[in-house]
Design a binder for this molecule. Structure first.
Ligand code: ZN
Length: 273
């Protein structure tokens, strides 16, 4: 089964995260397939809008931790991540650069979010221009509980403001779809059963814009964020995040002895809070 599925609906490309049993936890295969799917949709002149959605019960539960802390499902990556240098290289090429490629996609993008949208799932959704949520959507980033300094791209201060972002990271609590809309993280909320149709409708409307005007409008938004220092902030966060991974504190928390049983580890992590 492919980790990514693509579909065309008129001038809209739909990209589906497709590891439903794992709540679309992002493994290496999925990250690279997603990158290729975005590149293909970007190169296709008939595609005017790109929708990113998740198969199954969730948008994405984040990076697939079973390969980065606990297990060895992608053994070469686990091996690479054993050194600070290897982890930095992996996170820059697979996480940071791949996310920014989506953020910099020249066509309008929509994240269609339902169910879990956790940590790197939230990071991924935030790379899109609009976030349209189903009522079941639950947004959170609880990784500070496990010693990590947020995720690789520091989206929260830019999405919900610094005060609320601090609350999100220090407490790790879940934001409901309505919370997310109230904070401006989600644009709109629809019942889950209507979500697909409503997103199609919005995407179709955007697809009717003169394509160069849509592109240049997006470029101007990205340039505005750039002028506000977003990229410099993200680069500095990325390096602080790497220091976090290299600390003895983090290394002890994610040691095989502590994370060998990943489910029990995550339960312990969340029970303490
Ligand atoms: Zn990391």
């Amino acid at each position: 089964m492919s980790t990514i599925e693509t579909e065309r609906r008129g001038n809209v490309a739909r990209i589906w995260l497709n590891r439903p049993k794992q709540h679309n936890a992002q493994n290496e295969e999925m990250i690279y397939a997603l990158d290729a799917a975005f590149a293909e949709a970007t190169a296709d002149d008939d595609v005017r809008v790109i929708v990113l959605a998740g198969r199954g019960r969730s948008f994405s539960s984040g990076h697939d931790l079973s390969r980065t802390v606990g297990g060895t499902s992608e053994a070469d990556i686990a091996e690479l991540r054993k050194t600070t240098e290897g982890r930095l290289h992996h996170e820059r090429t697979s996480y940071f650069d791949k996310c920014l490629a989506i953020r910099n996609c020249p066509k309008p993008t929509i994240a269609q979010v339902h169910g879990h949208c956790i940590a790197a799932g939230l990071m991924l959704a935030c790379m899109c221009d609009l976030i349209i949520a189903g009522e079941s959507a639950k947004f959170s980033n609880p990784v500070v509980r496990m010693g990590a300094i947020g995720v690789e791209v520091f989206v929260e201060p830019w999405e919900v403001g610094v005060r609320k972002a601090k609350e999100m990271l220090f407490l790790g609590d879940v934001l409901t779809a309505e919370d997310a809309k109230h904070l401006g993280l989600a644009n709109r909320v629809y019942p889950d059963e209507d979500l697909d149709r409503e997103v199609d409708h919005l995407a179709e409307r955007i697809s009717k814009l003169p394509p160069m005007a849509a592109r240049l409008t997006k470029e101007s938004f990205n340039a505005t964020l750039q002028t506000m220092g977003q990229l410099a902030s993200w680069h500095s966060h990325f390096m602080i995040h790497q220091v976090g991974h290299a600390t003895d504190e983090y290394q002890q928390i994610i040691s095989p002895a502590n994370t060998g049983d990943l489910k029990a580890f995550l339960e312990r992590r969340d029970a303490a809070h």
